[in-house]
Design a binder for this molecule. Structure first.
Ligand SMILES: [Fe+2]
Length: 390
């Protein structure tokens, strides 16, 4: 690892109590009790019930004699209205702990609900960084995808329905109190969701360890996550019952999530927020999977040494190559990984057209992920990258 003796950096240890491994979800009742909870408010989406996961979780709660109420109306990139409604339901239910079960949308909705239960006003009042004042209700995150890392991050992303825009609450108070990372819950995740969420984790890891806020502790986690994803995402997509691949992917998603908390990300994530907004609504992981290679192609020239580390983590024999060529290998490997796991070639498949480029770029340029990008980027650059990904 490259050491820069002049670097001063900050690393935020994650306060989340992480329990990792096959079967850990069955300890949910004990975890709620150890947090002082007696009644749980479960936030999830209909797919989790359809996969049989909700039944397993409620059985664990009944076995531990923990009472619960279920809100299962979360949709992809759920909105502020649902968060506000669910918060009212939670208060009515008398629950004293929140459990998010699902992908990023369910976990983020649950994090926001737990925060709003202890803070006045609606979700939109807290968009931005560090606006939450009071400690949320204890929240337990149970991911059923391996990608967002929401189980260990300080972010909750949702849609501001008044503008149709994806927005985020970021606060050190909204880390889940507990994460139950049980790879068995991902065994039935369909290939296209495994692929897109896995590429989201890859984007977290690559953007955080190549950007200008990159620092050695985050980089160590991110590079190991890249290695795990490079070795296991194909198997997880092509043979979903492969427990080892599922375990590795869930581990990588959590490691990338921890890595990115102090660093922010880069242009791919700046673009993914508006790509998931308005009536465009490209799923987050797909937006990342498609734009990431184009963003890497733009970035590697600015910081080749960081991209050489990515190439190495991806298992490329780069030691005898000239630095730029060694750096560029990472772009090729990520592009072929996306192709192998069935990621569509371009955003046009999701209805993104030339007329969308300008509003997407205008919104992306407001992102806090642009200033940390390894190569300085203006609106024209983002427009070029986005057109390449159409
Ligand atoms: Fe992401």
């Amino acid at each position: 690892m490259h050491i820069d003796a002049s670097q001063i950096f900050n690393f935020l240890p994650v306060p989340t109590d992480i329990h990792f491994g096959c079967g850990v979800v069955r300890s949910l009742g004990d975890r709620i009790r150890s947090l002082g909870g007696t009644k749980a408010f479960l936030v999830t989406d209909p797919g989790v019930r359809a996969a049989g996961i909700l039944e397993e979780i409620t059985a664990a709660l009944r076995a531990a004699a923990v009472d619960y109420t279920i809100c299962e109306r979360v949709k992809p990139d759920s909105g502020s209205a649902l968060i506000d409604e669910a918060t009212a339901e939670l208060k009515q239910s008398g629950a004293d702990a929140v459990v998010g079960i699902g992908g990023g949308s369910s976990l983020d909705t649950a994090k926001a609900v737990a925060a709003l239960a202890a803070n006045p006003g609606g979700a939109l009042a807290y968009v931005g960084l560090h606006k939450i004042r009071n400690h949320p209700l204890p929240m337990i995150a149970i991911p059923t995808t391996a990608g967002t890392g929401s189980e260990v991050t300080l972010w909750a992303v949702f849609t501001d329905e008044s503008k149709g825009l994806k927005v985020a609450i970021g606060s050190a108070l909204i880390y889940p109190a507990v994460a139950l990372c049980d790879p068995e819950l991902t065994l039935s995740l369909p290939p296209h969701l495994t692929a897109s969420t896995g590429m989201d984790a890859m984007a977290h890891a690559i953007e955080c360890c190549t950007n200008n806020a990159c620092q050695p502790i985050s980089a160590a986690l991110a590079l190991r996550a890249i290695e795990l994803i490079g070795r296991n995402l194909r198997s997880a997509v092509l043979n979903g019952r492969n427990r080892q691949a599922r375990y590795a992917m869930m581990l990588a998603a959590a490691m990338a999530g921890i890595a990115m908390n102090p660093t922010r990300l880069g242009l791919a994530h700046a673009l993914a927020m508006p790509l998931g907004s308005w009536d465009i609504r490209v799923p987050h992981g797909m937006a990342l999977a498609i734009t990431l290679p184009a963003v890497m192609e733009f970035n590697y020239l600015a910081e080749p040494a960081r991209f050489v580390e990515v190439s190495r983590a991806l298992g490329e024999p780069v030691d005898d190559l000239p630095p730029l060529e060694a750096a560029r290998r990472a772009v090729h490997v990520v592009r072929s990984l996306a192709r192998d796991i069935g990621i569509p070639k371009g955003l046009a498949e999701f209805g993104v057209r030339e007329e969308h480029v300008e509003p997407i770029v205008a919104e992306a340029m407001k992102s806090g992920n642009v200033p940390v990008n390894p190569r300085r980027a203006c609106a024209e650059d983002l427009g070029r990258i986005l057109r390449q990904a159409l």
